[in-house]
Design a protein around this ligand. Structure first.
Ligand SMILES: *[C@@H]1O[C@H](CO)[C@@H](O)[C@H](O)[C@H]1NC(C)=O
Ligand SMILES: *[C@@H]1O[C@H](CO)[C@@H](O)[C@H](O)[C@H]1NC(C)=O
Length: 282
């Protein structure tokens, strides 16, 4: 192994330990994790697609714009079949492998994979905030994983979308935990060029933050399907109907206000979301 290869390998290994997570699809912006072009004006101190969004201005957190990811366009399109079940890796690099996001198979991690299992503690897999640290899952075990979601805007120009254009169409409870996350897709109307966003609000186990990554997506639906209504509704307890994504913990643009000590606004029934395909969006 050359020195450079060794150095790159070392860096990748280090990132594997400290990294958080993002959904890797063929249509993702920042497919190489960062914008690799000539600009050096990253507006955020953390500028990797899988890093958390925290205390940022709206222009920076919205669809991870401050990471310059809009300047690193997708190399493909994320094709989603309506009325199906899809699997998406939540990881910290392309072509990830393994049962868990750190590339380990299930039999390479103590079971139950929980911080309450002494074998997990002994293996050094617990972070200072009490969660699994490899990668930082913001969860102590599967049942404490907060849930992720996917939203869509029936628009194709990323410079022309707003929070109000995106409607959450599916949630996956107790994710991310294992690498592959399963999403149920409702009867979405076909769309050749749409924008999707993969979102996650962890429930504690570290600083409260959020994840919101943009993707070019295409909805395939031979039977037509329905276009979701524009979500005028901000998520909240008992809110029924098409809902926006959640914006919280930021310096500006929050649509959900959160104070320390309050329940975290996760993509769950807490904020009016059902598990799986959202059927109240049409
Ligand atoms: C970085 O600078 C370029 C050139 O001035 C500008 O077009 C771009 O919007 C900037 N990016 C961010 C994220 O501010
Ligand atoms: C998961 O974590 C919760 C909270 O710490 C704990 O109550 C539960 O027993 C854990 N589950 C397993 C399987 O260890």
């Amino acid at each position: 192994m050359s020195f450079r290869a060794a150095a790159v390998f070392g860096l990748a290994t280090l990132q594997g330990v400290t990294a958080h997570l993002a959904a890797y699809t063929p249509g993702m912006y920042c497919p190489q994790n960062t914008y690799q072009g000539p600009l050096t004006n990253f507006s955020d101190p953390n500028h990797v697609i899988y890093d958390p969004l925290f205390n940022l201005e709206q222009d920076s957190w919205f669809l991870s714009k401050g990471r310059n990811c809009w300047l690193a366009p997708p190399t493909g399109v994320w094709e989603i079949q309506a009325n199906s079940v899809i699997q998406v890796p939540w990881a910290n690099g392309q072509n990830s492998k393994g049962y868990y996001a750190d590339g380990k198979e299930q039999n390479q991690r103590p079971q139950p994979f929980s911080v309450t299992n002494p074998a997990v503690v002994a293996a050094g897999l617990v972070s200072s905030s009490g969660g699994i640290n490899s990668p930082n899952l913001h969860a102590g075990n599967k049942s404490t994983a907060a849930g992720t979601a996917v939203a869509i805007a029936y628009k194709s120009n990323i410079y022309d979308v707003k929070m109000e254009d995106f409607v959450v169409f599916t949630t996956a409870p107790q994710t991310p935990f294992e690498r592959l996350v399963t999403y149920d897709i409702p009867n979405l109307k076909a769309c050749d060029e749409c924008l999707c966003a993969t979102v996650w609000i962890p429930n504690g186990y570290g600083q409260q933050n959020m994840y919101m990554a943009p993707h070019k997506c295409k909805i395939v639906n031979p039977s037509g399907g329905q276009q979701p209504k524009t979500p005028s509704l901000v998520p909240g307890p008992n809110v029924k109907g098409p809902k926006q994504m959640i914006a919280a913990f930021q310096a500006s643009g929050n649509n959900v206000q959160w104070k320390n000590g309050q329940q975290v606004p996760t993509y769950t029934s807490r904020m009016g979301f059902t598990a799986g395909a959202q059927t109240d969006i049409f």
